[in-house]
Design a binder for this molecule. Structure first.
Ligand SMILES: Cc1ncc(COP(=O)(O)O)c(C=O)c1O
Length: 463
């Protein structure tokens, strides 16, 4: 598969780039070509005509995960496919040999404009609405500290937000007197998306300014009705900010259709890009565009200041948020390669496969552990994601039991999962604890059987 850089250069001066990248004869002579051929095994191409089973086997062969362990914690971070890893290695070698390599070949913007164009086509928006960030946290900080909140302004959040959102939110609270209004979302009794929308609706007051929520809260893995929540925000004149850490690379995303003002996601988790990569969507079309000040940018004087930060007068508004001094250009380019690979596989096909595995896991858990095990992620298609949280033990407040379980599952059985903790109900004084299992495109059904069997055996031992 041709990378963006290669395609871009092909239109301009391919020979020159090949020389620079060490891919032409001269590069080979100076050793870069050989150094770049560190491929451990040949990557088979993905053929959509294959049967489902063979197709996913081909996809799974793209990864070099340690076969002695089954890695099921993509919710924390993913794993680069070989193709992406090899390209990342190549890009790093180019800049190690030619530190100005990316700008020499791709222009003053290091290819960022082209990359953003490519991403916008994959995520349902336009180039002026998307940037590459360092991760979800980076995107959340850009948005939360860029919006002009004032004392007394209320921001609605769920009672299951991540520290990456809570941390900047609490700074806003202490620094500017912003009020955080925690909304309890249903967990065990969730049956309809309307319940979640209703919970937010009841908490809107004349002081409400924004709604911030995780599209898929990391604690339970439930997929929240993002579109309906954003619609509610819109109808009430509120800004909508979505923490989509778990969504890019797991589910098909169309930012425009979601109807949010801001959407921030990780590139290193389900999208399987390099560490410290993410994407941020900043709605730049339609009515009521929220005022946003660049906080971490080196283009303010060039882009925003000349027009007093008037968004209507800036054609590529987001671009100023994407340049923050020297960047990790090889990582950014490698993220694009991961996104290209997902397109090649088919994002809808990936989502269907992940949710299929996840639903099978939930059914297997119910079958093995019985109805007394608490499943915090409902097995209902509209709420299903690649994250499954449950607790098989009688005392859901027993933190040590769950932590020991996770440790022993890894050490004794070779399955890597993680634990989460949360208040089941907003007013709870004690945390509930859960085991959280991530199922991704590099897993197969036999591994789901394997993890359920291993968990059940360990559970019996620990009873
Ligand atoms: C819901 C949620 N938001 C934000 C983050 C932080 O993501 P990142 O490491 O990409 O900043 C996480 C990480 O697990 C998360 O689960």
């Amino acid at each position: 598969m041709q990378t963006t850089i290669e395609r871009h250069i092909e239109n301009k001066d391919r020979r020159n780039f090949l020389k620079l990248a060490g891919l032409a004869a001269a590069g080979g002579a100076i050793g870069l070509n050989t150094a770049c051929q560190s491929t451990i095994k040949k990557v088979p191409s993905i053929d959509h005509a294959l049967s489902d089973k063979s197709f996913w086997k081909r996809v799974q062969e793209q990864f070099i995960l340690d076969p002695d362990q089954t890695y099921m914690n993509i919710g924390t971070t993913g794993a680069m496919p070989l193709k992406v890893l090899d390209n990342y290695d190549r890009y790093n070698r180019v800049v190690a040999r030619h530190p100005m390599g990316f700008s020499d070949e791709l222009g003053w913007d290091f290819g960022l404009i082209k990359q953003r164009e490519q991403l916008s086509m994959q995520f349902g928006c336009t180039k002026d609405e998307i940037i590459i960030t360092r991760n979800t946290t980076d995107g959340l900080n850009t948005v939360l500290f860029g919006l002009p909140f004032e004392r007394g302004d209320e921001i609605l959040i769920t009672h299951h937000e991540h520290v990456s959102a809570l941390s900047p939110l609490h700074v806003l609270k202490d620094r500017f007197g912003v009020v955080l209004r925690e909304v309890e979302i249903p967990v065990l009794d969730l049956e309809h998306g309307d319940q979640v929308v209703e919970a937010f609706k009841k908490n809107i007051t004349p002081k409400s300014r924004a709604i911030l929520f995780s599209h898929i809260p990391y604690k339970t893995g439930v997929r929240l009705p993002a579109r309906a929540i954003c619609k509610l925000a819109q109808e009430n004149g509120l800004i909508s900010i979505v923490d989509g850490a778990h969504c890019a690379g797991m589910i098909e995303l169309d930012f425009r259709e979601t109807g949010c003002d801001f959407y921030t996601a990780s590139g290193h988790k389900w999208q399987c890009g390099p560490g410290a990569t993410g994407i941020l969507y900043i709605r730049n079309h339609g009515e009521n565009l929220p005022l946003l000040w660049p906080q971490n940018s080196c283009l303010y004087q060039y882009i925003s200041q000349p027009v007093n930060n008037d968004r209507k007068q800036i054609s590529d508004f987001s671009s100023q948020f994407g340049l923050r001094g020297q960047e990790n250009y090889p990582a950014m380019q490698a993220l694009l390669d991961a996104c290209d690979l997902w397109e090649e596989i088919g994002r809808d096909r990936i989502e269907g496969y992940i949710c299929g595995l996840s639903s099978y896991l939930k059914k297997s858990i119910k079958q093995s552990f019985g109805s007394s095990a608490l499943l915090f992620s409902p097995d209902i298609p509209e709420f299903t994601s690649g994250l499954t949280s449950f607790n098989p033990f009688k005392d859901v407040n027993d933190q040590k039991m769950i932590e020991d379980f996770v440790d022993r599952l890894k050490k004794e059985m070779g399955y890597v999962i993680r634990s989460t903790e949360f208040h089941l109900h907003k007013e709870d004084t004690k945390n509930s604890h859960a085991l959280r299992i991530s199922t991704h495109l590099f897993h197969d059904y036999a591994q789901i059987d394997g993890v359920v069997d291993a968990m059940h055996r360990l559970y019996k031992k620990m009873q």
